[in-house]
Design a protein around this ligand. Structure first.
Ligand code: NI
Length: 149
């Protein structure tokens, strides 16, 4: 029996939406005030969803303490109270929350195994939500470890 567990976390971080691919005026036209050279901050609310069989002994999909440990070490320590643009992940891509969502998924997915990371969702503001569920068909297309499913 498969079930899902989601847990929320929060980080505060700054960023500036800007790409060297575009000119200064194109950057301003594309990103508006988010291209402000001084940057701006968000309190990002990150929701991590893990899925899997409910363990017969514990009744849980994943040990919440273990999840907190991994997310704390891999995500919160890395991004909380930082300038996202200074992280190596954003050296060659814009620090949008779409890209942050994908980056966090890619960091957590291997770190949480054998638990299955189903989704990373981020609320950037009251009105803006982003989510990444991994590549479609990823688990079926990859190697023998998941071919048994
Ligand atoms: Ni922003």
């Amino acid at each position: 029996m498969k079930a899902y567990f989601s847990r929320g976390y929060e980080i505060s971080a700054s960023h500036r939406l800007h790409t060297d691919v575009l000119s200064e005026s194109e950057n301003r036209a594309t990103f508006g005030k988010c291209n402000n050279p001084f940057g701006h901050g968000h309190n990002y609310r990150i929701e991590v969803t893990v899925g899997g069989p409910v363990d017969a002994a514990t009744g849980m999909v994943i040990d919440m303490v273990e999840l907190d440990t991994v997310v704390g070490r891999e995500v919160l320590q890395r991004f909380d109270h930082t300038n996202l643009n200074n992280d190596s992940i954003f050296a060659n891509q814009v620090s949008t929350t779409e890209n942050l969502c994908i980056a966090i998924y890619q960091i957590l997915m291997p770190a949480l195994q054998p638990a299955k990371l189903e989704r990373v969702r981020i609320e950037e503001t009251e009105n803006n939500f982003f989510e990444y569920p991994g590549r479609i068909g990823h688990s079926k297309a990859s190697g023998p470890a998941t071919a048994r499913l």
